[in-house]
Design a protein around this ligand. Structure first.
Ligand code: DOR
Length: 457
């Protein structure tokens, strides 16, 4: 028995367009009831409604409602959304557990409001075969507190040459294949990958980078890199592969998802491809719509990321793409690195920013700044990634559906404090930032996996 009642929150569910104060009752990991808070229920506790309590018990006609085991959460003044989904996370296990592991990565996800995450294959060993996928799935079940979906490598060892066993990986349960964290996949290999992926109904996620053009670069190529004397990574190193992969998607008829779009040219090409009806989707990471390459001036290695922080013009184009829906997903590209790895000269630091615990607040900044509506912002963190990854039961709130829910305080101010992160790593350029809006509670399968202890309630 038992259950959870979330009372009085403003439910925002972009999958149905709902924006209404509702009570939600959860039992056995599923949403059992959702009712608007008005009329008969306006100032009552729906659990004390006789008929309702009886339905909780599965005993339609009893006169003895048992409400003792129902835990209640008062969500008045809070926003309730489908559990957030992050389709681009590096969990580092197996192989780099000193940076992060499946347990701490999933805890960081929970504390960031994410109930489902997809993890990239650049582990050691690389997730390019069934045994690594099996390991991630079983470790995720055993130690993870959120739903974990592995993404496999397109090519063996992420070397860009020989295709992984895509059929076997699909059977093992990977949700997509990607070259993220590896080297460029050759055009011919990418074409075959798209063809195979199509046969197995798998998503292909492309990290678009011509490593020949980006080689040696550590930040965006432009005015700032020249002033700082750092080697630049030109926009074209991303755009040339975006153009190629759009052409290959068109040739093969396979859908394609472009990871962490960072340049105005990429947004333009994706807009054009979508305009022609191609099945292309894309994501942006919060750091790419929040910071420009000006942030590198202090030589903080936590600003070193791949693709790099770009120019103000690129940021404007990305915000425009978010606004007009060309960029339908916000994904953190959570890339933990140990403090000792980052505490070196800019040239030698690894690329990556941790994102799970700041992603929602940075997204809400777009809402507070009038760039996105709350509904639009939430759609990019819920139903849109769920649809792209074909997670049919995720990203929605509906009766009978999975009770994955995020409760958000959109107005509470926080100061980002990396020392409080659940992640094992601290490599965030947002430490000390004052942001408005944060996670209050994260619920996975009806269970509260994160509760903000610093909040008033
Ligand atoms: O900055 C990045 N870090 N970009 C990537 O593509 C990989 C990631 C990592 O794994 O550290």
């Amino acid at each position: 028995m038992g259950g959870l009642l979330i009372r009085g929150g403003r439910v925002i569910d972009p999958s149905s367009g709902v924006d209404e104060n509702m009570n939600i009752l959860i039992r056995d990991g599923k949403i059992m009831e959702m009712r608007p808070v008005r009329g008969f229920y306006s100032n009552s506790n729906m659990i004390r409604d006789q008929g309702y309590a009886n339905r909780i018990k599965g005993e339609p006609d009893t006169n003895n409602p048992d409400t003792n085991n129902i835990e209640e959460i008062d969500a008045s003044g809070k926003v309730i959304t489908p559990g957030l989904i992050d389709m681009h996370v590096h969990l580092r296990e197996p192989g780099f557990e000193y940076k992060e592991d499946i347990k701490t990565g999933s805890e960081a996800a929970g504390s960031g409001g994410f109930t489902s995450i997809a993890c990239m294959p650049n582990t050691l060993p690389v997730n390019d075969n069934r045994s690594v996928t099996d390991f991630i799935l079983s470790r995720g079940k055993e130690r993870g507190i959120v739903n974990i979906y592995p993404i496999a490598a397109i090519t063996k060892g992420l070397k860009g040459e020989e295709l992984s066993e895509i059929g076997e990986l699909s059977e093992a349960g990977v949700i997509a294949i990607s070259n993220d964290g590896g080297v460029m996949v050759k055009g011919g290999v990418m074409r075959r990958a798209l063809e195979y992926a199509r046969m197995f109904n798998l998503l292909v996620i492309s990290h678009c980078e011509d490593t020949n053009l980006s080689a040696g670069g550590v930040m965006n190529e432009g005015f700032v890199s020249t002033e700082l004397g750092l080697r630049g990574i030109p926009n074209v190193s991303e755009e040339i592969i975006v153009a190629r992969d759009i052409a290959l998607a068109e040739l093969t008829g396979e859908r394609l998802h472009i990871a962490h779009v960072s340049t105005a040219g990429s947004v333009r090409m994706i807009r054009e491809a979508k305009g022609r009806g191609l099945n292309i989707s894309c994501e942006v990471a919060p750091h790419h719509f929040t910071l420009s390459d000006e942030a590198v001036r202090g030589f903080d290695t936590n600003t070193k990321v791949n693709p790099p922080l770009r120019s103000e013009e690129d940021l404007d184009a990305i915000k425009e793409g978010l606004k007009d829906g060309i960029i339908e997903v916000i994904a953190t590209d959570h890339a933990p690195h140990n403090i000792y790895e980052k505490e070196v000269e800019y040239n030698y630091a690894p690329f990556g920013i941790v994102g799970l615990e700041t992603g929602l607040s940075l997204t809400l900044r777009l809402v507070h700044n009038g760039i996105l509506s709350l509904m639009e912002a939430i759609s990019k963190l819920t139903i849109n990634p769920a649809k792209i990854m074909r997670l049919d039961t995720k990203g929605v709130l509906k009766i009978g559906g999975d009770a994955d829910i995020t409760i958000i305080d959109i107005n509470r101010e926080i100061i980002v404090d990396v020392s409080r992160f659940k992640s094992k790593s601290r490599n965030s350029p947002f430490n000390g930032w004052r942001l408005k809006g944060c996670v209050e509670k994260t619920i996975v399968g009806g269970k509260v996996v994160f509760s903000d202890t610093t909040s008033q309630n």
